[in-house]
Design a protein around this ligand. Structure first.
Ligand code: PLP
Length: 417
């Protein structure tokens, strides 16, 4: 009998963040909008006949100023539904931000679409039109653009490039809800966008997500393949499945909490923006420490995760040791962010691509692919010295920002070369 070796399973999302503790706020226990109980009561009192999910969809679409919101069970299923609705073929390519969560690419992988990861801009956590350009081929079908930590990608050049190539841009707004770029809200710049309402996210519910778009046909198709399981009615027979679809619907109780959270999110994001700008200013004053830079073009930074880069020559310890000391001193969840580098983390694709197994066989692939951190020197180098700490949330007050900067300063002085 073969014995399966025990593996240490990785936690993610709320499960991973719930354990974070320290002397600074964490999102848990979550602040919940005051109307949540009333909406939940409606769901129960109606015997589950209330239209809470529709109500949330309409409210979210209105808040974003778009025609459609399709509420789902998470951002990962939202993006999977978007991929299914796009009807790409195995071996087709989609450009994806290299520093992101697995949820961004799961739908692509499931459908045999090849994620292609350009490098980031030097010193940045995001990619750009410039770094994407060399990766565009006649097999490129779309660009998946992640606004990492809430910092927005420079969208105008990227949208221009995509328009020139005739391909859509889909935004992953999980970490950037209500961030604003040159007066435009994250998620409304591309052709469609996906959100997460996982408990650790800025608009956290118990789970959940959605897709927004102004494209009527795309919205209809997402509902068909992502929620109606690709099922159509045939007269005299009943349901047939013309596409292998999925049932990614947002439950009514989740919608009740999401609706209540939506009512308080704008105020929370305005506060988060003010606090992260204060904290960034304080951290910038510490020699050898570079907080994540907030670009000029970003009007509102809905920061989900704070982070700093170390100038390695300034300190006599590694970034890992520095992060461990920050955590010890009370910075919740302080740690390295290397695991966010998808080409390095996707070992399942590395093996497939190296061995040219489907969909990396040729055909359907038209060329060879490689998934290695070293292929992306800017992103790899950036993450070598980058330290993030757990969720930045609306509970931060000016004293917390000062405390965070003090902790970083103390650890910096202790390890200064
Ligand atoms: C950028 C990004 N994309 C996708 C996801 C997946 O979201 P969900 O857990 O709602 O599926 C996450 C969650 O951490 C994320 O941060």
């Amino acid at each position: 009998m073969t014995v399966t070796p025990k593996i240490e399973m990785a936690r993610y999302g709320a499960k991973a963040a719930a354990a974070d503790s320290g002397v600074l706020p964490t999102p848990f226990p979550r602040t919940i909008g005051p109307n949540a109980l009333m909406y939940l009561q409606e769901v129960v009192d109606s015997g589950l006949t209330v239209d809470m999910t529709d109500r949330f969809e309409q409210a979210f679409a209105r808040a974003m100023g778009v025609a459609h919101c399709i509420a789902t069970s998470g951002c990962t299923p939202s993006l999977h539904a978007l991929v299914l609705a796009s009807a790409w073929e195995p071996g087709d390519e989609v450009i994806v931000s290299p520093i992101t969560d697995y949820g961004t690419v799961q739908g692509l992988i499931a459908q045999g679409i090849i994620p292609v990861f350009p490098d980031t801009e030097p010193g940045s956590i995001n990619f750009s039109a410039r770094t994407i350009q060399p990766h565009l081929t006649d097999r490129t079908r779309a660009i998946f653009c992640v606004h990492k930590t809430g910092l927005m990608v420079d969208m105008d050049p990227l949208l221009e490039l995509a328009a020139r190539r005739g391909i859509p841009v889909y935004e992953d707004v999980c970490q950037a809800i209500f961030s604003v770029y040159k007066g435009r809200t994250a998620g409304t710049l591309g052709h469609a966008a996906a959100f997460s309402f996982d408990p650790e996210k800025t608009m956290g519910s118990d789970v959940g997500g959605c897709v927004i778009t102004n494209d009527d046909a795309l919205a209809e198709r997402i509902r068909f393949v992502g929620q109606a399981r690709g099922g159509q009615m045939r007269p005299g027979f009943g349901r047939v499945h013309t596409v292998a679809g999925y049932a990614y619907r947002m439950p009514q109780c989740t919608a009740a909490i999401c609706l209540a959270q939506l009512e308080i999110i704008r105020e929370q994001v305005a506060h988060i923006d003010a606090m992260i700008r204060l904290q960034t200013d304080l951290l910038r004053q510490i020699p050898g420490i570079r907080p994540l830079a907030i670009p000029e073009y970003q009007d509102v930074y809905s920061c989900w995760m704070a982070g700093i880069s170390l100038e390695p020559e300034a300190f006599n310890c590694s970034a890992g040791e520095f992060a461990a000391q920050l955590a010890e001193a009370g910075l919740p969840g302080a740690g390295l962010g290397k695991y966010y580098l998808m080409p390095a983390a996707l070992e399942c694709l590395r093996e497939r691509a190296d061995e040219q197994r489907y969909p990396y066989s040729m055909p359907p692939a038209s060329r060879r692919f490689s998934y290695r951190g070293e292929d992306l020197p800017n992103a790899w180098g950036f993450l070598e010295t980058f330290i993030r700490w757990s969720t930045f949330c609306a509970k931060y007050q000016p004293d917390d920002c000062r405390r965070a900067a003090e902790i970083v300063r103390e650890v910096a002085e202790r390890n200064r070369r």
